[in-house]
Ligand binder design. Structure first.
Ligand SMILES: Nc1nc2c(c(=O)[nH]1)N[C@H]1C(S)=C(S)[C@@H](COP(=O)(O)OP(=O)(O)OC[C@H]3O[C@@H](n4cnc5c(N)ncnc54)[C@H](O)[C@@H]3O)O[C@H]1N2
Ligand code: MOO
Length: 441
């Protein structure tokens, strides 16, 4: 065989190759290959679209953010009506009434809530009227039962009426055309009551995102079951994250555990795509031999695995998965890492899907009650308890150590103490940034 034989020139077919979709270029990294927390968060948010709005029953829309301005089509009250049970009268007819010398007026009828009087009220007469009933034409005040003899054919009135007394005027609460709610406001019990009062039964809202939560790891056991060997532990992450997402307004599907098995992970994620607006997983995104989420997810969609300059929460994964490009956030397995990552990345994404502002927790300054040490190089998130002193100043005490497995300290905390990568300690009495975990902002 000739070593240097001339190759026969082959006909080159021009094949149209569909461009493989990719995620946008990732943000830059620092000298150590780490991405800043802010850059990573912005990168995820730019790839998330708000869920489309649709008309929903007002009661089902509680806590959701409306996507329309709502004006009232009616006045409230819709008609002049009585604020008291008593008699509608012409105030002028009661002049001079007093205890022992009442004014007596003929009673020409009765009007209850839901009824109305066809006839104007003749001068010199009274008509029984119940709370909420329309004021008959001509009447200009209501005399409560308590200052009368409650008569049926005629009534003795012991106190003169002031013009307009006990009449609730049409439109004094809401006037037709008044703006009741603005785009972006969230519905609560009181606003639902207001909408019902102006006759609105449905509103345009963004739905609750359907968030699938799935924990990976062969060492994990479902709480309530026995631990069968010394290397097992209970899955706490999926409960922690499902609870957090539910508290943030998502409709959560907590899927059972998936072991460290490539096919099982792919199958479980594929099964969930149909019902998910967002998938959250924990575990399997670091460097370990069994960190399979990172290994298999690129087969199902466009993914981005990176390291973020934060502690905890360094290894992070993101993807747009399947044909519908369902957003997926792959969090590290250590419980505190998973939670801090949730606060930093997942919660803002859920709020963006829902169209709720602000996206982030309130970030405020608090005075450190003691020396707080930090490891420079990555943004540090320590768990803290914030209290407010009698002078209204916030103070913060770190709880527990830095280990990202320390769940009992996490449960005690109501804040994350956030220290920038260049900070190595915060002195007692100095201000430090905190995220308030029990406030929505
Ligand atoms: N050689 C390296 N090792 C590790 C690095 C690294 O950079 N190089 N990073 C460390 C950091 S930081 C983190 S965070 C973890 C993240 O690891 P994974 O996301 O791969 O998570 P796993 O290895 O699956 O689990 C870590 C840890 O968390 C426990 N875990 C996992 N899931 C749950 C759950 N649902 N409930 C409760 N606890 C859970 C698991 O048992 C492990 O102890 O990697 C470091 N390693
Ligand atoms: O980043 Mo890991 O999340 O430090 O424990």
């Amino acid at each position: 065989m000739a070593l240097f034989g001339r190759r026969k020139k082959q006909q080159e077919d021009v094949v149209e190759v569909a461009e493989t979709p990719t995620l946008p270029p990732p943000p830059p990294t620092d000298a150590g290959g780490l991405r800043s927390m802010e850059d990573h968060r912005a990168y995820l948010l730019e790839q998330i679209e708000q869920l489309p709005a649709f008309g929903q029953q007002i009661l089902d829309a509680i806590d959701l953010s409306i996507c329309e301005d709502i004006e009232s089509d009616i006045d409230l009250p819709g008609f002049d009506n009585s604020a008291m049970d008593g008699y509608a009268v012409h105030a002028a007819d009661t002049v001079g009434a007093e205890e022992g010398q009442p004014v007596v007026l003929a009673v020409v009828g009765e009007v209850a809530a839901g009824g109305w009087s066809e006839e104007p009220l003749p001068p010199g007469t009274a008509i029984k009227i119940m709370t909420g009933a329309p004021i008959p034409e001509g009447a200009d005040s209501v005399v409560p039962y308590e200052v009368t003899d409650r008569g049926s054919d005629d009534v003795a009135i012991r106190v003169p009426a002031r013009t307009g007394q006990h009449i609730r005027r049409r439109g004094e609460d809401v006037t037709e055309g008044d703006l009741m709610m603005r785009t972006g406001e969230r519905l609560g019990a009181r606003t639902i009551g207001l909408l019902a009062a102006i006759g609105v039964d449905k509103v345009m809202v963004r739905p609750r995102p359907r968030v699938v939560v799935l924990a990976t790891g062969s060492e994990l056991v479902e709480p309530g079951r026995p631990l069968e060997n010394p290397a097992q532990l209970y899955d706490s992450n999926s409960y922690l994250l499902a609870g957090a997402a539910r508290a943030d307004g998502a409709q959560v599907f907590r899927v059972g555990l998936v072991g460290d098995d490539a096919e099982a992970i792919k199958q479980s994620i594929s099964d969930q795509l149909v019902r998910a607006d967002l998938i959250i997983t924990t575990g399997g995104v670091s460097q370990g031999d069994y960190d399979l989420v990172k290994a298999v997810m690129p087969e199902l969609g466009m993914t981005d695995f990176c390291q973020v300059a934060m502690q905890p929460g360094k290894p992070q994964g993101f993807g747009l998965i399947g044909e519908d490009r369902v957003p997926m956030i792959m969090l590290p397995g250590n419980p505190v890492s998973a939670y801090v990552s949730y606060e930093a990345f997942v919660r803002p994404v859920i709020r963006k899907l829902m169209g709720i502002e602000p996206l982030f927790r309130p970030q405020v300054r608090a005075i450190a009650t003691h020396l707080i040490r930090s490891a420079p190089g990555r943004k540090q998130f320590a768990r803290g308890v914030v209290t407010t002193d009698p002078g209204g100043r916030r103070r913060v005490t770190a709880v527990g150590g830095h280990g990202s497995h320390l769940v009992s300290n996490l449960a005690k905390a109501n804040a994350l103490i956030v220290m920038d990568p260049d900070v190595d300690q915060v002195a007692a009495g100095s201000p430090v940034t905190v995220w308030l975990l029990d406030e929505n902002g």
